[in-house]
Write a protein that binds this ligand. Structure first.
Ligand code: GDP
Ligand code: MG
Length: 409
């Protein structure tokens, strides 16, 4: 008996490791080159766009005289921060960059430079040969270039037109003001809000290769809707997988087979929101969500508790059907996304801790349970718009609610 349990535990642990490795692999890694004169606002821009005060708290490692590679744990992003364009011998900087790009063109697409932001400050209102040479070189090397006009606080479009004219190889020129700025205008103080960051994120996510899109969406903090829609795609895929497993109704005791799918889903969604993908985090999440205490993860313990807390699963039925398996997955995934997005917005783009996520998830879960009770009345009119999956799910929910209210008495 003992040995059997240990075996099961071991296999399950392995299975989770495999699932997490897969999640990390699928997310990939994105590399962005940011170049511009000292003081144009590169670091400020990086901190405004990416998670976790990236430029400030990230690890910097010099890779050439002018370029520092910045990375941070759990964020699938490397920033190559290049200065030195202001110097007389800027040609050396450009040549060094060219060599670096060649060196990074390995067989692994996660090593490549996927996009470049060339920064020019609006107040300087000047484009020098250094920037022209750099943009030419980058686009020649096949790197999509976005020119960022930083500190763009004026509403005058003349400089932007001039930049578009001169730096024709650029895919796009975008005016950005990274931080709230106060300027004096005839004794009046005007506050200019950050602007253009969303556009920069949108355009960049379009130019990076498909394999790096997830990593980019995960790393940025400007567009939370993007994180949500990317996560919903993950839920859709997981639900389809779970439905495949449940296609032949599986006995409850075998329902453990759908748990790795849920874990993979939770790991991938966590990753999109910039939370760690590692066994310790998943352990905290799963063990305490499910059993209410942090304990050892064993397959059967998880699955029985897991299915108990999820709406739509009728334990007394004894088997798991396809619609139920996919319904559980969808409900769980959507609740998790709602929780992360809410916390993310509340925290102003700072990823929540595991404990915060747990607490909010429990609250959200209670809420969705009580909401589904009120929804009963509206179900008839709503079900017309719903998909088949959800229809059958709500049928199972009714059963659940019955047995629940019996328990309540
Ligand atoms: N108003 C305003 N100031 C900025 C902006 N970006 C940077 N700055 C300021 O410009 C200075 C230099 O910025 P920094 O990011 O260190 O430039 P870097 O040398 O290119 O990394 C700092 O005082 C920033 O606060 C911006 O978009 N708007
Ligand atoms: Mg800097």
């Amino acid at each position: 008996m003992e040995g059997e349990n240990n075996m099961e535990q071991l296999n399950f642990q392995n299975e989770i490791e495999t699932v997490l490795r897969q999640a990390r692999k699928e997310r990939g890694h994105v590399n962005i080159l940011i170049a511009g004169r000292t003081g144009v606002g590169k670091s400020t821009l990086i901190n405004s766009v990416f998670q976790g005060d990236f430029a400030e708290t990230g690890q910097g490692k010099p890779v050439t005289t002018g370029t520092t590679k910045i990375t941070k744990e759990n964020i699938p992003l490397s920033i190559y921060d290049t200065r030195g364009l202001e110097m007389k011998d800027y040609k050396e900087t450009v040549q060094e960059l060219k060599d670096l790009i060649k060196k990074l063109s390995t067989n692994d697409p996660n090593d490549h430079i996927h996009a470049a932001w060339v920064c020019i400050a609006e107040p300087s209102a000047r484009i020098e040969v250094a920037e022209q040479d750099l943009v030419k070189m980058l686009s020649k090397e096949g790197i999509p270039v976005i020119v960022v006009i930083t500190k763009a606080t004026s509403y005058n479009k003349d400089f932007k037109r001039k930049v578009e004219d001169i730096l024709q190889e650029a895919r796009k020129v975008i005016c950005v003001n990274s931080i709230e700025t106060r300027i004096e205008n005839n004794d009046e103080e005007i506050v200019i809000k950050p602007k253009g960051l969303d556009k920069l994120v949108e355009v960049t996510s379009q130019v990076v290769p498909d394999g790096q899109k997830s990593a980019f969406i995960a790393s940025q903090k400007v567009d939370i809707e993007k994180k949500k829609s990317e996560s919903l795609r993950i839920v859709g895929r997981a639900a389809a997988l779970a439905a495949g497993i449940g296609a032949v109704p599986i006995p409850f005791s075998d329902a453990v087979s759908i748990v790795p799918i849920q874990i993979g889903m939770i790991a991938k969604i966590s990753a999109i929101f910039g939370l760690p993908i590692n066994i310790a985090f998943m352990h905290t999440m799963l063990a305490s969500t499910i059993t209410g205490s942090v304990g050892t993860i064993t397959g059967k313990a998880i699955v029985s508790n897991f299915l108990k807390i999820l709406p739509g699963f009728n334990i007394s039925a004894g088997v798991v059907h396809a619609a139920v398996a996919s319904g559980i997955t969808t409900t769980f995934g959507q609740a998790y996304i709602t929780v992360l997005a809410t916390l993310f917005i509340k925290n102003n783009g700072v990823p929540p801790t595991g404990e915060e996520v747990l607490k909010a998830f429990k609250e959200q879960y209670e809420k969705s349970k009580s909401e589904s009770k009120h929804e009963e009345h509206d179900q008839e009119s709503e079900s017309k718009h719903e998909e088949h999956d959800q229809e059958s799910e709500s049928k199972h929910e009714e059963h659940d609610q019955e047995s629940e209210s019996e328990q309540d008495k």
